[in-house]
Ligand binder design. Structure first.
Ligand code: SF4
Ligand code: SF4
Length: 387
């Protein structure tokens, strides 16, 4: 991690936006299911206007998020201000609504990510790179400097902790190792090796990327990837609070979610007010990781390289390392986190494909898995902060 002097402008990384355009799709409104927080100046404005005030709450669906936000209809439906999939306060909508599908992450630098769950991504419309620059200019240099200064302290402390625990691995090294392992990380046997290595392997501090990759390749594959995928899937949909379930916007722009009901997954279409209508029932044990075509696997590989380039994902692996008390080398934790998330993506793509009666995953099915998954990936706990 490169140290920057406090007075320097922070490094800005907009590479994820390169070459992408975007246009908001009528009747999608997926982002209006994410409860927007209000910035302090927005809160004052909302509280001063009776129409806007009616939508304000001090309780966010994620208990760790403090401060004012906009309430959701029926607690798990759409934003209070959404009617027939139209924003009724469009010109006064909060900052977070204006930013979507872009997310700004402050770590040791500022990085702008684009939410791949957005159906408008890739459509002809606004170029994302200038959009990202305009978004950053709204924050201003001083704010960005301050955010990076605070986040940098957390990342630096993390690095010190890994050194003290003999679990250190450089950020560039873990990323290079994941890139080298992109064949392994996109097929079951390789994923099993990575997961087994992450849990039972041993690694010297500050190993080279080639050494990390070699250690994975000589690991005996003991983890049952299908079983893990199923266990994680069951856990994902076994939540009592509907507002915490992941939502997927289908190609027909309906909002869908799944919930474990006894021993069955129930698929629901979600309505604006939080009402649900069942559209399928699936036996969890029948959901297997479907085989991928060459193009399907290539799409997973592309997504793997994307998450490997995200600072928030690296921050997530650092968060996990910290939660595990620095018991494992950071390289093992990072590769394990990549593997875990690829398994989750593969499983969600398989679930959607099986519901649609398909037996293999081509690029289009992986794309649907990414639409279902990326919103949640960007929501993982991390060190550093989305601002
Ligand atoms: S998710 Fe994207 S396409 Fe859908 S409403 Fe939001 S910005 Fe528009
Ligand atoms: S304020 Fe408008 S744009 Fe923002 S979430 Fe609510 S309905 Fe959607």
């Amino acid at each position: 991690m490169k140290e920057r002097r406090a007075e320097e402008s922070p490094e800005i990384d907009l590479s994820e936006l390169d070459g992408y355009s975007y246009r908001c799709v009528d009747d999608c409104a997926l982002c209006c299911l994410c409860q927007p927080e209000l910035l302090p100046d927005e809160e004052a404005l909302f509280r001063s206007d009776p129409v806007l005030m009616a939508g304000v709450t001090d309780e966010h669906i994620s208990p760790e998020v403090k401060g004012a936000a906009i309430r959701l209809k029926g607690r798990h439906g759409a934003c209070h201000f959404l009617t027939d999939k139209r924003c009724t306060i469009y010109n006064r909508r909060p900052h977070f609504c204006r930013s979507f599908p872009l997310n700004v992450f402050a770590g040791w630098r500022v990085q702008v990510n684009v939410n791949r769950s957005c159906r408008g991504l890739g459509l002809p419309g606004e170029e994302l790179e200038p959009l990202g620059r305009r978004l950053l200019s709204r924050y201003g240099d001083d704010r960005l400097k301050g955010e990076v200064r605070s986040a940098n302290k957390v990342f630096s402390q993390f690095v010190r902790n890994t050194r003290e625990a003999s679990a250190a691995q450089s950020f560039s090294s873990v990323r290079s190792a994941a890139a080298m392992l992109d064949d392994e990380l996109t097929e079951q046997l390789g994923l099993s090796r990575v997961m087994t290595y992450a849990e039972y392997g041993s690694t010297k501090p500050n190993s080279s990327p080639a050494d990390l990759a070699k250690r994975v390749r000589i690991t005996e594959a003991e983890a049952d990837i299908s079983e893990r995928a199923l266990m994680d899937g069951v856990e994902l949909f076994d939540l009592p609070d509907l507002c915490l379930l992941p939502v997927y916007v289908g190609p027909d722009l309906s909002w869908k979610m799944f919930k474990l009901d006894g021993k069955t997954f129930v698929g629901w279409e979600l309505g604006e007010s939080g009402e649900t209508k069942e559209f399928c029932r699936v036996d969890p044990s029948s959901v297997d990781l479907l085989p991928m075509t060459t193009a399907g696997r290539e799409s997973v590989r592309e997504y793997l390289h994307l998450i490997n380039s995200r600072d928030c994902f690296l921050g997530h692996a650092a968060y996990l390392c910290d939660m595990e008390g620095y018991e494992f080398n950071f390289g093992q934790v990072y590769l394990g986190a990549v593997a875990n998330n690829i398994i989750d993506l593969w499983w969600r793509a398989s679930l959607l494909a099986q519901v649609a009666g398909l037996e293999q995953l081509d690029a289009a099915e992986i794309r649907e898995g990414v639409v279902f998954f990326d919103m949640d990936l960007l929501d993982l706990p991390t060190i550093g902060a989305f601002i």
